[in-house]
Write a protein that binds this ligand. Sequence first.
Ligand SMILES: [Zn+2]
Length: 177
Amino acid sequence: MPSLTIRQYGDPVLKERARDVEDIDGSVAGLVDSMVETMYAAPGTGLAANQVGVQRRIFVYDIGEGARTVINPRIVESDGEWAFDEGCLSVPGLSWEIVRPNAVHLVGLDLDGNEISVEATELEGRVFQHEIDHLDGILLVQRLDEDQRKEALKILRSRTLDLSPSDPDGLSNLFSL
Ligand SMILES: [Zn+2]
């Protein structure tokens, strides 16, 4: 299955809310296979369907325990605070320290349509929040404080003007989601 193109900051598909999956059929399974391959090729820790242009509520992730898929994810409870240097495959080469809840309780469906319920903290909890943000049309740039956001917009604006490589030092995507 070929790798998919990861949509980049500025693409309107990243600003739209994705729709629930109603039937988990073969096309969903095929999409998930391609998403996992695309995530590993990037490389990244997580990938939401609308990052590859598909407006369905699906994300994949791997925090070092193998690839997992969550369909129609929802966070039903969150607690605490955790600061983490967060990156995004749709905003490559950049990362910012962002504070979000540490512990989250995620519910959703797996690829077989079974209900899943996961209580996660730290990196896993962060991945869940970041990917659900994507599915709601929210990018991490919208989670920055005012100073971070000014700086980010300056960089992103200059990037759309000049077409130089976005990651000249090759340091991007360490924990891109
Ligand atoms: Zn992202």
